[in-house]
Design a binder for this molecule. Structure first.
Ligand code: DMJ
Length: 482
C-alpha cells in the first residue's frame, strides 16, 4: 500500500535529482516492452563522494579479478588466502568467470570480460561426468551464460547456454515436475529427491530467457511446471513448508519462511512476471504474498521481522533469521510495497549496527548470533540499492558506504576478499564465493551510481544479479508458450 501524496512527491524529488544525466521518463518515451513495471523505481545520479566510491568498487573488482585470473583460472572458486583454487566437483565448470561476467561488463572491464567470452565460446565443454546441483548451476552458470549472450549476441555463447539447459532438463523428469537436487551433466541421470522451496521453484527466469532466445518454449514450460507443482502443494492457509519430496510431493520439513530455503522462489514469481508478463504468475504471487503477510510478520520493538512459522497454522516456531533473508525488502520494493520494505530493512540495520556484517544465523528474539559465518553475501546491499532507488533517501547509500568500509576492514586480503568464520571474532576463512563478484560488488557499484545504462527502471536482475533489459523482451508469450 502506498499513499498517493507521498508517491507523487517521491517521483518529483527523484525527477529533480536525476534530470542532469538521466532524464526521467516523459509521456513521449516509448512504452516499456512489458506492461507490468514497478512504478516507484527511477534511476538517479549520485553525489560526487559516491562517484569516488563507485570508482573504488570498480578498482577492487579489477584487483579481485586479476587475482582470480592469476591463481584460479579456469577453476570454480578463488581461495584468496592460500592464493589457490577450489572446484565444486571433480572437474571445473568455470563457475566464477561465467557468474562474474555481467559485473565485469557492467563496470567496463571489457578485456577481462572478453577473455571469458572467448573461453566460453572456444574452449569450454559441459560434457562432464559430474553430478551438479541443479539450483546452483541454474542461477550461476545458465544465468551467467544468458547474461553473456544478452550482452554479446554471440551465437556460440547461446549454443553453450542451450547445451547447458539441455543437460539440466532431465533433472525435471520427476513424477511431480519439480527437479531433483542433482543431475549428471554427461548422462542426465538425476538424483536427490528432497529439495527446498527455492531449489524446487526458481527456474522461471533462466529457463524463460533460454526459451526466449532459442524460440523454444520447452524450457520455460518445464520451469513453469515445477513452479505450478510447488504452488499446488501449499497448505490450507496458503503457506509452503521448507523441504519437499519431488517424487511424492510430500513435505518433509514443514516450517514456512520467506528467506533462506525459499527466497528465490518468491523472487522469481514476481520478477518473471515483470520480465515476461505471464499473468498466471501474478495471480500466484498475489496469493502467495497475501498468505505471507497474513501469517509471518512479527513486529517487536517497532522492528519488522519475518520468522519461521508452521505451514499448517502460521504459529511462530523459530525466531531465527539468516543473512539471506535480507533480500526480502528488495522484493517488497519491486512489488510496490515500499513502506513494508523500509520497515523490514530497519531490522537489518539493527543487526548490522550490532555485528558489523550480516551473520549467517541470528535469533532476533534472544538477540544472539546463532552462527556467525559470513560469505561476502549481497542481500543487505541489494535491499539498500532497491530502497534507495525507490525512495531517493541517502540513508541507504550511507548504510552501504559504512558497510563497504567494514567489509574492507574485515575481509580484504592481499589479493582479494575472503569469508569470515565468525563476524564476532573476525576470524577469516579462505574462500571467495562466486556471488561476491556477480552480486555484492555489482550492487555496491549500482547503488553508488556507477552505471547510467543498467538500473532497476530498465532491467530485471536474476537472483544472482544478472541483469536483463526489459525492453529487449517483447511479446514473450509467443515464444514462451503462455
Ligand atoms: C546467491 O547465490 C543467490 O542470490 C541465491 O538465490 C541465494 N543467495 C546467494 C548469495 O548469498
Amino acid at each position: 500500500m502506498h499513499h498517493r501524496f507521498q508517491f507523487v512527491s517521491t517521483i518529483l524529488l527523484l525527477c529533480l535529482l536525476s534530470c542532469q544525466t538521466n532524464p526521467a521518463p516523459s509521456p513521449n518515451d516509448p512504452a516499456p516492452a512489458r506492461a507490468p513495471t514497478s512504478s516507484r523505481i527511477l534511476s538517479g545520479t549520485a553525489p560526487p563522494e559516491y562517484a569516488k566510491l563507485a570508482a573504488e568498487v570498480r578498482a577492487e573488482t579489477e584487483r579481485v579479478w586479476a587475482a582470480y585470473e592469476r591463481y584460479a583460472w579456469p577453476h570454480d572458486n578463488l581461495l584468496p588466502l592460500s592464493k589457490s583454487y577450489r572446484d565444486w566437483y571433480a572437474e571445473p565448470i568455470f563457475i566464477s568467470p561465467i557468474d562474474g561476467y555481467s559485473t565485469l561488463k557492467l563496470m567496463g572491464l571489457d578485456e577481462q570480460a572478453n577473455r571469458i567470452e572467448r573461453y566460453v565460446a572456444d574452449s569450454i565443454s559441459f560434457d562432464r561426468d559430474i553430478d551438479v546441483k541443479v539450483f546452483e548451476v541454474n542461477i550461476r552458470v545458465l544465468g551467467g551464460l544468458l547474461a553473456m549472450y544478452a550482452e554479446t549476441k554471440n551465437p556460440a555463447v547461446l549454443a553453450k547456454a542451450a547445451d547447458f539447459g539441455d543437460r539440466m532438463l532431465p533433472a525435471f523428469d520427476s513424477p511431480t515436475g519439480m527437479p531433483y537436487y542433482y543431475v549428471n551433466l554427461k548422462t542426465g541421470k538425476p538424483s536427490g529427491a528432497i529439495v527446498n522451496v527455492a531449489e524446487a521453484g526458481s527456474y522461471l527466469l533462466e529457463l524463460g530467457l533460454l526459451s526466449y532466445y532459442t524460440n523454444d518454449a520447452k524450457y520455460y514450460q518445464t520451469g513453469k511446471r515445477a513452479t505450478l507443482a510447488l504452488n499446488t502443494r501449499r497448505s490450507v492457509i496458503g503457506l509452503f513448508g521448507r523441504d519437499i519430496n519431488v517424487e511424492t510431493g510430500e513435505w518433509t520439513e514443514t516450517n514456512s519462511m520467506v528467506g533462506a530455503y525459499a527466497d528465490s522462489y518468491f523472487e522469481y514469481l514476481y520478477k518473471a512476471y515483470l520480465l515476461f508478463g505471464d499473468p498466471e504468475l501474478k495471480e500466484i504471487w498475489d496469493d502467495n504474498i497475501s498468505a505471507i503477510q497474513n501469517y509471518l510478520p512479527d513486529e517487536q520493538d517497532s522492528l519488522l521481522w519475518y520468522p519461521r512459522v508452521t505451514m499448517e497454522t502460521g504459529e511462530v516456531t523459530q525466531t531465527e533469521i539468516t543473512l539471506w533473508d535480507a533480500y526480502f525488502p528488495a522484493l517488497l520494493v519491486l512489488a510496490d510495497d515500499v513502506d513494508r520494505a523500509k520497515h523490514a530493512f530497519n531490522a537489518w540495520d539493527v543487526v548490522v549496527t550490532k555485528h558489523g556484517m550480516t551473520p549467517m544465523v541470528y535469533n532476533y528474539a534472544a538477540d544472539t548470533v546463532v552462527n556467525g559465518y559470513h560469505q561476502l553475501n549481497p542481500e543487505v546491499i541489494e535491499s539498500a540499492y532497491y530502497l534507495h532507488a525507490a525512495t531517493g533517501d541517502e540513508r541507504y547509500r550511507t548504510f552501504a558506504r559504512d558497510y563497504f568500509t567494514r567489509l574492507k576492514e574485515c575481509c580484504r586480503t592481499e589479493v582479494a576478499f575472503t569469508h569470515l568464520k565468525d563476524v564476532r571474532t573476525g576470524e577469516r576463512d579462505d574462500e571467495m564465493a562466486t556471488f561476491f563478484v556477480a552480486e555484492t560488488l555489482k550492487y555496491f557499484y549500482l547503488l553508488y551510481g556507477g552505471s547510467e545504462t543498467v538500473g532497476l527502471d530498465t532491467h530485471v536482475f536474476t537472483t544472482e544479479a544478472h541483469p536483463f533489459a526489459k525492453k529487449d523482451i517483447i511479446k514473450a508469450g509467443e515464444r514462451l508458450g503462455f
